[in-house]
Ligand binder design. Sequence first.
Ligand code: XIL
Length: 312
Amino acid sequence: QTTLRGAADELGKDIGVAVSYDQLQNNATYRNIVATEFNSLTAENAMKWDATEPSDGQYTFTQADAIVNFAEDNDQTVHGHTFVWHQQTPQWVQNLSGTAMQAAMVEHINTVANRYEGRVDSWDVVNEVVSDSNGAMRDSFWLRAMGEGYITTAFQTARAADPNADLYINDYSIEADNAKSDRIYTIAQGLVNQNLLDGVGFQSHLILGQVPSTMESNLQRFVDLGLKVRITELDIRITMPADSSELARQAQDYERVVSLCAELADCSGVTVWGLRDGDSWVPGVFPGEGAPLLYNDDFSKKSAYDSVLDAL
Ligand code: XIL
């Protein structure tokens, strides 16, 4: 195979990319590579609450629609991201009382899931609900207003709204066997018992040289619960400037992560969190770090691209 998409199709897995509406709209080369190299799309921002319902009951689907239409035109699956998150959710939601917040959540999930029923294949129903310290629940406005039951409510609503979509819980720093992934495991068990969960999304915003040694066994324990697993937001960041040995090391790290998914029957796929290094969120959020993706800014392929192709 000569494209990631061809190799992934042969394997029966998704190779996805997080796309920006603006690039898709304005850059023909970007469009062409997204269409030929990937068989799955995720909206990097366009399906988040602040993008789809910026004020109560006022929905704006222009950007999300454009991405779903693009996927349809190019025979790609869509992994939806995301309904319930503590970021990129408008202030009007955050200020609601518990009952009103629950009503807003249910209404939002129903509206978005119904709109894309049959066109979005899977959803990150909740995102980043566990904190980084000791695997406690994240102290978010959701938890404070609604209690821990907000997670079940979100999944019940999504399940009823689109019974055929695969429902995922998604988080970062859960790639290793650690306190945070233990908590995700406990939450997942509870949801599986109610038939509300289909998969776990491992964001995998990784640091060069730090693919966890326990990643494979950790993913396996979720598979053993009867769940799918998915690498949902893969990037591997380097302290800038990145030299050639670091870029070679990065290619090895990509190979490890993608091989792991390729060899695990219940891993549904890998999504990289952006196309080119310059498209990445990393430099804005981790100062001094960057170059985390598969393409250079001139759309040439990095070594990491070749290693992903090898791994698929
Ligand atoms: C990031 C986007 O990449 C940025 O463009 C945006 O400004 C902030 O959000 N975890 C997630 C993603 O689940 O939604 C985040 O995406 C990256 C971290």
